[in-house]
Design a protein around this ligand. Structure first.
Ligand SMILES: [Ca+2]
Length: 202
């Protein structure tokens, strides 16, 4: 006789969710660090860089009663678009849960490399021109505008300021063209003066 897989799956999710009440989810941090070659700490998704456990601001031991209630609501937000705001998660961590839901997030623990493909592809929370999913792939922080691979930041800045760059380029070319003609004019005038002086002396 074949057992119903739904209760089993639900039980696994509950176990994983309860495990998450005490620990962060290092699978994602580990996978991003390995694939990008950059060190990624808990501050990628959490308020505190050491993760949720502890008594410092942004950690579980520091939460007020109202924040604990909000934490409980965030932890049971299994479906997407629950619009929760966990007090131990930063803006990106909350964006993650609100986008895919806690259920999908927990499922992805066994295949953390698929996290980026499940998120909205065009969101750029820090507005640096590099999408959040690209920042995940490159191991940079999606909430720190100055943290991005230099060539990606350069490309984004160039695209954002293309019209100004083109104007500066045109102004520079025109300036050089004008300077060239001015110097050429001085040269002609100098030669004319020299010829005049020579004629006067002879
Ligand atoms: Ca970004």
């Amino acid at each position: 006789m074949r057992s119903n897989p739904l209760p089993t799956r639900r039980a696994v999710l509950i176990v994983l969710a309860l495990a998450g009440t005490a620990h962060a989810y290092p699978e994602f941090q580990k996978q991003i660090s390995q694939s990008s070659g950059r060190t990624v700490n808990c501050a990628l998704c959490h308020v505190h860089s050491d993760g949720p456990e502890g008594t410092a601001p942004g950690q579980i031991g520091h939460l007020t009663a109202a924040e604990q209630t909000e934490l409980g609501r965030a932890r049971s937000a299994f479906a997407p678009n629950a619009n929760v705001k966990s007090p131990i998660l930063n803006r990106f961590g909350n964006h993650l849960i609100n986008s895919i839901g806690k259920k999908k997030f927990l499922e992805l623990r066994v295949t953390p490399a698929e996290l980026a493909s499940q998120l909205p592809q065009d969101i750029d929370l820090d507005g640096d021109g590099i999408t959040d999913v690209r920042e995940l792939a490159t191991g940079t922080h999606p909430l720190i505008k100055s943290d991005g691979l230099p060539w990606l930041l350069f490309k984004a800045n160039l695209a954002a300021n293309l019209s100004q760059v083109l104007l500066m380029l045109v102004a520079t070319v025109l300036g050089l063209w004008g300077l060239h003609h001015l110097l050429h004019g001085f040269d002609i005038a100098t030669r004319a003066n020299d010829d005049h002086d020579d004629e006067t002396e002879t």
